[in-house]
Write a protein that binds this ligand. Sequence first.
Ligand code: R5P
Length: 294
Amino acid sequence: MKYFLTASTRHLEPILRKNKAEIEQISCSRFSDNELSFQLKERMKGQSVTILASVLPNPNSLFELLAIAHLLRTNRVKNLTLIIPYLGYARQDRPTRAGEGATGIMVAELLKNLRADNLFVLEPHSPAIQRALGKNAVALNAAPLFAEYFKDKQIDMVVAPDKGAWKRAEWLVKLLPGAEAGWIEKNRPRPNQAVAKKLHGRARGKNILLFDDMIDTGGTIIKAAELLKENGAKAIYVAAAHGIFSDAAVKKLAKAPVEEIVVTNSLPQTEHPRIRVLNFLPLIKPKRKPAAWS
Ligand code: R5P
C-alpha cells in the first residue's frame, strides 16, 4: 500500500516504514504570493493509496489534507483510503451559545465530500460528528487497545469523567471482565474550565480507570481524579485516545493523584515517565488488504 502523509502525521512514518509501507512524496512549492502548489513525484493512476492526515487546530493541516486528496483524485487513483488519527474541531459539534455555529460539523462534511473509498477516523468525539462524516466512515474505537493494556491491572471500575464519555466507559467495561462502570457529572463554568460535581458509583478501595476520548488542558481528568480520591479510590489510571496536552497540561497532571496516563500516537508525544503511548494503527482493518501492522 502506498501512503501519503501530511506534516500532522510525520511522527508515524517510522512505524509505517517498519511495516514495509511505501511512503510516497509530494513536492510542494510556493508562488510569489505564497500560494501553495502540490505535485505528485510519481504516476499514481490506477493505484490504491492511503492518506494518513490529522486535522489539527491550525487549519493548514486541513488544507494540506484536502489538497492532497484532490491531487490524487485528479491523477486518477483507483482506490483512496483516508485515515484521520485526530479530528480536531470535533468538539465544536453543535452551537453552545447564541450566534455560534458548529465548525466541527463543517470539517466532518468536508471530509465526507471527498468521497474516499474508505474513511477511518479514530475516536471522532460524538455521534453528531460521526453522522456528519457519512455512512461510509468507520469510527475507530480505541477501547480494545486500552483493554489489552490494562487487562492485568485489576481494574475494578471504569469511570467516564463526564456524561459524554459514558458510552465509551460502558464499551471498555465489556472488555475488562470484573469491572463496573461509573460516571461523573461535570460542569464547565467557562470554556476550558472543568468542575467535577458528583460521582455516580462507589470508588472506595477500588482501582479506577478514568476513560475519555481526549485530554486537552487536563482539567477534566485532574478534577475527576481529585473527586475519586476524595471518594476513597485506591489507584487511579487514565486512558484517552488523544493526548493534546495544551496549556502545560503534562506539568499539571504530574501533580494529580493518578498512577499512569495512557494515550495513543494519534498526535506526536514527547517522552514522559508517567505517560505511556500505544500505537493505534493496528485498529485499522483495511477492507481490501490484510492488516500488516505490528
Ligand atoms: C469533552 O467533551 C471531551 O470529551 C474531553 O472531556 C475534554 O475535551 C477534555 O478537555 P480538558 O482536558 O481541557 O478538560
